[in-house]
Write a protein that binds this ligand. Structure first.
Ligand code: UTP
Length: 301
């Protein structure tokens, strides 16, 4: 089985669900506690053995490129003040291991991945959507690489959902279950609950065979008028060798405000030195009569 060396990070979306935060700041640069979303995804990829990081960017995303570059002034200041560089670890990737390609128009996830075809070449590769924060140990992608080593083929990460929410996701058509891996025969993008073939939703991690690029190249627009990765994956699955993997861990969709806030709380609650303060704040907040209502009225303003 070919090693998964390359990962594509599509970061060219507009992030309209979390405006105005994303008007001038890329969604992937929004921070969960003290680290931008993109860095969580890059660290997950490093843990999974990824050697080449391919970012599909667009206009206005240059802060993302700066984040993974050397910051001479900052480094010199930390050094002069005798401060540790630990806080900026993992923001400098191996020279030559990062590539950027532009998606000129946000035509959809499938189109963004297709934009990376020359850099991906002829080998299987990973795709990580940074707005899906995956918490788990080992990390989600490392779990999926292990599944790929065993089964090969296209692998989509799945999560069980409330069937009422099927219209928010790509949903897989299961064929045969082998532990946490399910052989799948197809998938449907954003079906109404009555049309959903299962409760297994596709979430933001994939391992793809390189021939997916040929399917994306010829593809018409699908749901929402966008080139959908799910449609190309469905065509690939009809030919066999496609799997869903139900990962062990927790996913937070940080692409909308509610998911983003919950992710911040979840990470803060796990962070040594922060848990107690968050818990204390929460208990104090609930203990003072009327405070919660006052906060709500400020938010409404
Ligand atoms: P989303 O479906 O969350 O789309 O994309 P979006 O445009 O970023 O956000 P909303 O729906 O308008 O709020 C999932 C991932 O795919 C990337 C996004 O940057 C995100 O990481 N993407 C999406 C692209 O790179 N290009 C696209 O055309 C669409």
């Amino acid at each position: 089985m070919k090693k998964i060396r390359k990962a594509v990070f599509p970061v060219a979306g507009l992030g309209t669900r979390i405006l105005p935060a994303t008007k001038a700041i890329p969604k992937e640069m929004l921070t969960i506690v003290d680290k931008p979303l993109i860095q969580y995804a890059v660290e997950e990829a490093l843990e999974a053995g990824i050697e080449h990081f391919i970012f599909v960017t667009s206009r206005g995303k240059s802060s993302l490129e700066d984040h993974f570059d050397v910051a001479f002034e900052l480094e010199a200041t930390l050094h002069a003040r005798g401060k540790s560089r630990a806080s900026i670890a993992h923001t400098q990737l191996e020279p030559g291991s990062v590539s950027y390609v532009r998606q000129q128009s946000p035509l959809g996830l499938g189109h963004a991945i297709w934009c990376a075809r020359e850099m991906v070449g002829d080998e299987p590769f990973a795709v990580l959507l940074p707005d899906d924060l995956m918490l788990g140990s080992p990390g989600c992608l490392a779990q999926m690489v292990a599944v790929h080593n065993e089964h090969g083929g296209n692998i989509v990460c799945t999560q069980r959902i409330d069937p009422e929410h099927s219209a928010r996701y790509g949903i897989v058509i299961p064929e045969q279950r082998i532990g946490s891996v399910t052989r799948i025969s197809g998938m449907v993008e954003k079906p109404a609950p009555a049309d959903a073939p299962s409760d297994m939703a596709i979430v933001g991690r994939y391992i793809l065979e390189p021939d997916i690029m040929a399917l994306l190249a010829t593809q018409e627009r699908g749901a929402g008028g966008e080139v959908q990765l799910t449609d190309a994956l469905a065509r690939a699955a009809a030919k066999g060798n496609s799997f869903g993997y139900e990962f062990q861990g927790r996913r937070h969709d940080c692409g909308d405000a509610t998911g983003f806030v919950i992710a911040n709380l979840a990470v803060a609650m796990m962070r040594p030195g922060m848990t107690g303060a968050v818990e204390d704040f929460w208990s104090a907040q609930n203990a003072v009569p009327g405070v919660a209502d006052t906060e709500r009225s400020h938010v409404a303003l």
